[in-house]
Design a protein around this ligand. Structure first.
Ligand code: GDP
Ligand code: MG
Length: 437
């Protein structure tokens, strides 16, 4: 395999820039340009230790550090060399160019991690965890990513697979010795039922998992001037949207994300709902309704003490199952009997409202190990379907049918770790990585 090279730090000015190589030639290529008094030959390079030296290719002389990881004890399982340079957009590119000129090949997105996967250093779901960690924007997302990356999720799936494999062994044996194995077969199916229950709860957790990954989208809707933009501003902590007592101020959907208790919430302030002859405002109102339709939660805001506009509310309830009635301006009008009482002006009640958003979407930042990846959800759903069939067939249909479905179920679960994953699936996963990882 080629020796690959890439810049592993983000583009732009920064304290350090790291250029990384992986492959058989990595050290030889690096030592053509990197010199230090301690290194007379490749044997002098101590693995896993940063050493100070000079990178020089005739035109640049960069005082920098180098670290060498010897195969197979490296991220990719191959020889890896990292050059830790002064930060800067140009310098790292310049060094990379020199390495490419000396025989290294530019790495594609995620190619280091892909090599790690091919070398058996990590499973496919662990690799997905690496990508998820890099992209994480909230505490909860990071926690789920760690659960994937560290193999905790993989171990849980393996536990399920082991139980099913054991059950399959018994079922296969009972093909030949139906009488002798009857009790054991019963027993195995009971165990398989526990796996079935766990798979079901995993599949259920994907609803929350998706919200953890993408954030909970919350649309703020209601009549004009009830304080929707003020609520947005209060939640984001600065004056994001224009607030005024002129009716119909907000026209476009104004979006901004916040973190609450480690969960990302994507807020959308919208144009107030009212009859209008203004063409632009009318378009804005259509966008408000579209935002409400696409949201995970809708906050329907009214002025405290005033009744909600029944028609608007019914309209919204028709397409959104999670609608919270929010009574704003309690600092002037006092609390209402029904709904959430808040003041966008003083901030009163706003924390309770955010907690409620997490509660009704069943998203909990502390509950690690929800399903967050569509691919995993798909595998578990398929595994569950086959297991359902196996359990339903037991005692009713031919025992061979039970065995066939159990095998399919096990196979679907194994795909999570990458077993039997097609080239296309693997390519798709690594193409989502950044170059240099
Ligand atoms: N006293 C009080 N006034 C508020 C509160 N929230 C908004 N307002 C005022 O109500 C008016 C309309 O607010 P705005 O956020 O633009 O409403 P929107 O049209 O629903 O976006 C502005 O004059 C705000 O200052 C509140 O909680 N208390
Ligand atoms: Mg507004």
């Amino acid at each position: 395999m080629d020796t690959i090279a890439a810049i592993s730090t983000p583009k732009g000015a920064g304290a350090i820039g790291i250029v990384r190589m992986s492959g058989e030639q990595a050290l030889a290529i690096a030592l053509r340009f990197f010199t230090s008094p301690q290194i007379k030959s490749a044997e002098d390079v101590v693995p896993n230790r940063l050493g100070l030296g000079t990178f020089s290719d005739g035109s640049i002389r960069e005082k920098c550090m180098m670290v060498y990881f010897r195969a197979p004890k490296s991220y990719t399982g191959e020889d890896i060399v990292e050059l830790h340079l002064h930060g800067g957009t140009y310098l790292a590119e310049r060094v990379l160019e020199t390495l490419l000129g000396a025989g290294a090949v530019l790495a594609g997105p995620g190619e280091f991690t892909r090599r790690a996967f091919l070398a058996g250093k990590l499973t496919l779901d662990e690799a997905e965890g690496v990508a998820a960690m890099i992209n994480a924007e909230s505490e909860a997302e990071l926690r789920e990513a760690y659960s994937l990356m560290s193999g905790r999720f993989d171990a849980r799936i393996k536990g399920l697979t082991d139980t099913l494999t054991e059950a399959l062994g018994v079922i296969e044996a009972s093909l030949d010795y139906p009488e002798e194995m009857a009790d054991e077969a019963d027993n195995s199916i009971e165990k398989a039922k526990k796996v079935q229950a766990e798979m079901r709860s995993l599949v259920d957790s994907f609803k929350a998992g998706k919200l953890i990954k993408g954030g909970i989208t919350v649309a703020i809707v209601g009549k004009t001037n009830v304080g929707k933009s003020s609520l947005l501003n209060r939640l984001v902590g600065y004056s994001r949207a224009i607030v005024s007592d002129v009716h119909g101020t907000t026209r476009d959907v104004v979006g901004e994300s916040i973190l609450h208790k480690g969960i990302k919430i994507n807020l959308q302030d919208t144009a107030g709902l009212r009859e209008t002859g203004d063409e632009v405002e009318h378009i804005g109102i259509e966008r408000s309704l579209a935002a409400a339709k696409g949201a995970d939660v809708v906050l329907y805001v009214v002025e405290a003490g005033a009744a909600p506009a029944e028609e608007d509310l019914a309209n919204i309830r028709a397409f959104s199952k999670r609608v919270l009635l929010v009574n704003n301006k309690i600092d002037v009008y006092g609390a209402s009997a029904e709904g959430f009482n808040i003041s966008a002006k003083t901030g009163e009640g706003v924390g309770v409202l955010l907690d409620e958003i997490l509660r009704i979407t069943s998203v909990d930042a502390r509950a690690a190990e929800t399903l967050t990846e569509e691919r995993h959800a798909d595998c578990v759903r398929r595994a569950l379907r086959h297991l359902d069939d196996a359990i339903a067939a037991f005692g009713v249909a031919d025992i061979e049918c039970v065995a066939v479905d159990l095998r399919e179920s096990i196979r679907a679960l194994a795909e999570i770790g990458g077993e039997g994953a097609t080239e296309r699936v693997v390519n798709d996963i690594f193409s989502r990585f950044c170059v240099g990882k």
